[in-house]
Write a protein that binds this ligand. Structure first.
Ligand code: UDP
Length: 318
């Protein structure tokens, strides 16, 4: 049985990934320090298959000696706060997870000759001056701002991956993830889809930041997870950075109106100040993922939002 380590296992993406890997018959060791992840995300995984959860901080060197990581075949390194709300509350922990934590995971990969997928981010492109974003675009970022703890540490995480790939031939693959969503995000996550859907269901004002003309490209979680697993499987993805996202771009105001319509909500749409350094546009070129992985998203925003609204609604009823 393939032993797979997932960091950030109790998070939104991590818990979805663990579930899918267990369905595929892997033995999964999930690591999380619960800084933003929640035990309820992993509570039912033991029933799905061979799952073990370890409460630990990947930035702590003790992770290098965990018995449960012995003989690992694959490492998915997802651990990091990902919502702007949370990484701004814990900037130094975010930096540690993506730099020291990434190095620790690469050390483990090197020791056990395991393959490693590192989840980087579209934020590596910053507030992009080239649109849409191809992997070769080097980004428009800066070190001195509220988002820097996330985007700069993800970029440095990529560089550490590069060094382990070049120096030690670790089979590393880097995924740059673009906004992923579905039910399962915390109600207080603060990201746009969870805010809008919760607000629409509760009949509260839908809070658009700025004039809502900024764009994002939203990828449904099942598509993202399928992309990450394909990446781990694909030998030709080794040593590559690959965008994983849905290339269909929407303005934030369009999303607010769409959520309101799909939820049949009477909520008003209200406009609040745009946060500092909020990127104006964001959309992936996914030719590389199509070519190397044979992957492209299958679930469009209407379908994904419909599923998300229904799931949040059921959750609200509990
Ligand atoms: N946003 C918004 N209202 C909200 C939450 C977010 O208008 O209640 C906007 C935010 O300013 C950004 C976009 O939605 O332009 C996506 O924000 P999110 O925090 O989901 O992720 P980001 O892509 O900025 O990391």
């Amino acid at each position: 049985m393939k032993r797979t380590i997932v960091t950030g296992a109790a998070g939104f993406l991590g818990s979805h990934l663990c579930k899918q890997l267990l369905h595929l018959g892997c033995e999964v060791v999930g690591l999380d320090n619960l800084s933003t992840g929640r035990m309820e995300n992993v509570a039912d995984l033991e029933g799905v298959g061979a799952f073990r959860f370890l409460l630990c901080d990947i930035a702590d060197a003790a992770v290098l000696n965990l018995e449960e990581t012995e003989g690992a075949h694959e490492i998915y390194h997802l651990a990091s706060p990902a919502s702007p709300k949370f990484y701004r509350e814990m900037p130094l922990q975010t930096i540690a997870a993506n730099t020291v934590g990434t190095r620790h995971m690469l050390e483990l990969a090197n020791k056990h000759k395991a393959k490693l997928v590192y989840t980087s981010t579209s934020e590596a492109y910053g507030d992009p001056k080239v649109h849409p974003q191809h992997e070769s675009y080097r980004g428009s970022v800066h070190t001195w701002g509220p988002r820097a703890c996330y985007d700069e540490s993800k970029r440095l995480g990529e560089t550490i991956c590069y060094e382990y790939f070049k120096r030690f031939q670790v089979e590393v693959k880097v995924a740059r993830l673009f906004n992923t969503y579905s039910a399962g995000l915390r109600n207080d996550d603060g990201r746009v889809i969870s805010n809008f859907v919760n607000q629409a269901i509760e009949g509260e004002a839908i809070t658009v930041y700025g004039d809502g003309s900024q764009t994002r490209s939203f990828c449904y979680v099942d598509d993202t997870i399928r992309g990450l697993i394909r990446m781990m499987e694909a030998d030709n993805a080794t040593g590559e950075i690959i965008n994983i996202g849905n290339p269909v771009e929407h303005s934030v105001l369009e999303v607010a109106k769409l959520v309101k319509r799909l939820a049949e909500s009477s909520s008003a749409i209200t406009f609040l100040p745009l946060p500092e350094d909020d990127p104006k546009v964001r959309s992936p070129v996914i030719e590389k993922a199509e070519f190397l992985l044979g992957w492209r998203p299958e679930i469009d925003l209407v379908e994904g939002l419909t599923r998300t609204i229904e799931a949040y609604r059921n959750d609200h009823k509990k």
